[in-house]
Design a protein around this ligand. Structure first.
Ligand code: ADP
Length: 450
């Protein structure tokens, strides 16, 4: 069993990881940064380590040298990267391996494969997973881009090969826009990901985003834990998620899950992973990408499976076999997650900064809250705007929606503006309630967000 863990992250996910680690008897270490010396997550661990003095060029949770140094200096057995930051960075996983530290996640080889979206698509295609029409690998130049787009038919989407976080994507609706958007996309990809290469894919106007949770041990066992519906997005970023998806019946679920598991097997995947698909209006599904970390929205899967995904991560990293077979996984009830972001919805979702003056959170049997803030916490521009996740369960989707609305009514925060009014507007919307919504919902169907 793993004895100790350095949590290379902050906020709610650091607290989430510490909670499971403590329950498992793993000694927990967090990192204090100068930007947030009194953050709540620091009180969730056994030991707090100060981040070493550096030239400040690399932000703390992105500094591989320092993380390795801290783990070695304090003889910490493993590093958990959480999500974001270095969670999908093959170099950290590799450096951990070289230094005899257990990386809580897949092998560097698997991370490297999946973080290259073109390589990931190639292996998905070889495993028989349905694919959208796309360029053969990265496009070489503007002529190649033009030829590919002509062949696919407009609209198309230009994506960064090393992209992530909804950044570096450009939708091209007409031929006349291609050359300018291609230039923008490559320049943006260079700045954001230090890699200018892009590929082109057929753009679906109104698809659903549906992803499958995969869990794989180091002994070749791969299973899935059902899907998550993540179509409530703004600017390609998820805002609300649920499990299961109202769009799937058992047959389609099985087909998509089989494809996701086949891909994970072909990639010799280990640990937790997510296979993302787009589903079109004819219920045809297409591979989009595979994420090699724990996802922000993992709690909805935990709620309907009764499993602790962080515990699985630790146990798999320690070399244990999966403690169950596919046939033992039961999906029960319905779970919805609202991301509560410090944003002013009325002002176009602009960041809302300030000090949390008052915080009253809903409580109850069917309510789960993951947060890294407390009264007195300061919301600064240094970090991600998500300040809490509210997860609610019900026996049915309708019940989960009603319970979520009631929980949101009792969610009170003073000092900053949040996306609570946005979440309420979605939950009241008839299209959302019908279950027949897609990624264009927020832009097209939600006439007035509050
Ligand atoms: P990232 O890795 O940056 O998050 P993804 O490839 O996961 O990017 O895509 C993010 C979102 O962009 C998807 O959830 C979907 O809403 C939209 N998207 C991506 N590819 C397509 C496509 N080919 N057609 C339509 N929408 C797409």
């Amino acid at each position: 069993m793993i004895k100790s863990v350095l949590i290379a992250n902050r906020g709610e996910i650091a607290i989430r990881i510490a909670r499971t680690a403590k329950r498992m008897g793993i000694v927990t270490y967090a990192i204090r940064t100068r930007k947030e010396p009194e953050a709540v997550y620091l009180s969730s661990v056994d030991f707090v380590l100060d981040f070493p003095e550096t030239d400040g060029k690399v932000s703390e949770f992105l500094d591989i040298d320092c993380l390795i140094y801290l783990a070695r200096e304090h003889e910490i057995e493993s590093i958990h990267p959480g999500y974001g930051y270095l969670s999908e960075n093959a170099e950290l996983a590799e450096r951990c391996r070289e230094n005899g530290i257990i990386f809580i996640g897949p092998s560097p080889e698997v991370i490297r494969l999946m973080s290259d979206k073109v390589a990931a698509k190639e292996i998905a295609e070889r495993s028989g997973v349905p694919m959208l029409g796309a360029s053969k690998g990265a496009v070489r130049n503007i002529d190649d881009a033009r030829e590919t787009a002509d062949k696919l038919g407009y609209p198309v989407i230009i994506k960064a090969v090393s992209g992530g976080g909804g950044r570096g994507m450009r939708i091209v609706r007409k031929k006349s826009e291609l050359s300018q958007l291609y230039k923008l996309a490559t320049a943006e990809a260079q700045v954001a990901f230090n890699d200018p290469s892009v590929f082109i894919e057929k753009y679906l106007e109104s698809p659903k985003h549906i992803e499958f949770q995969i869990v794989a041990d180091n002994h070749g066992n791969v299973i899935h834990l059902g899907e998550r519906e993540c179509s409530i997005q703004r600017k390609h970023q998820k805002l609300m998620e649920e499990a299961p998806s109202p769009a799937l019946d058992d047959r389609l679920r099985k087909k998509m899950a089989t494809a996701a598991v086949a891909l994970a097997k072909a990639a010799r995947y280990q640990n937790l992973g997510t296979v993302e698909f787009l589903l079109d209006s004819q219920k045809r599904f297409y591979f989009m990408e595979m994420n090699t970390r724990i996802q922000v929205e993992h709690p909805v899967t935990e709620e309907i499976t009764g499993l602790d995904l962080v515990e699985l991560q630790f146990n798999i990293a320690a070399g244990r076999k999966l403690p169950f077979r596919q046939s033992q996984i039961r999906l029960t009830g319905w779970a919805i997650e609202c991301r509560i972001n410090a944003e002013d919805v009325q002002a176009g979702f602009t960041p809302s900064m300030g000090i949390i003056r008052r915080l009253r959170l809903p409580q109850g049997n069917h309510i789960r809250i993951e947060t890294g803030i407390a009264p007195g916490s300061e919301i600064t521009p240094f970090f991600d705007s998500m300040v809490a996740k509210l997860i609610v369960t019900g026996e049915t989707r309708e019940q989960a929606i009603e319970r979520m609305l009631s929980a949101l009514e009792r969610f009170h925060v003073k000092g900053i503006r949040t996306t609570v009014p946005f979440c309420k507007a979605v939950l009241h919307n008839d299209t959302y309630r019908s279950g027949d919504f897609d990624t264009s919902f927020v832009e097209n169907r939600l006439s007035s967000p509050i």
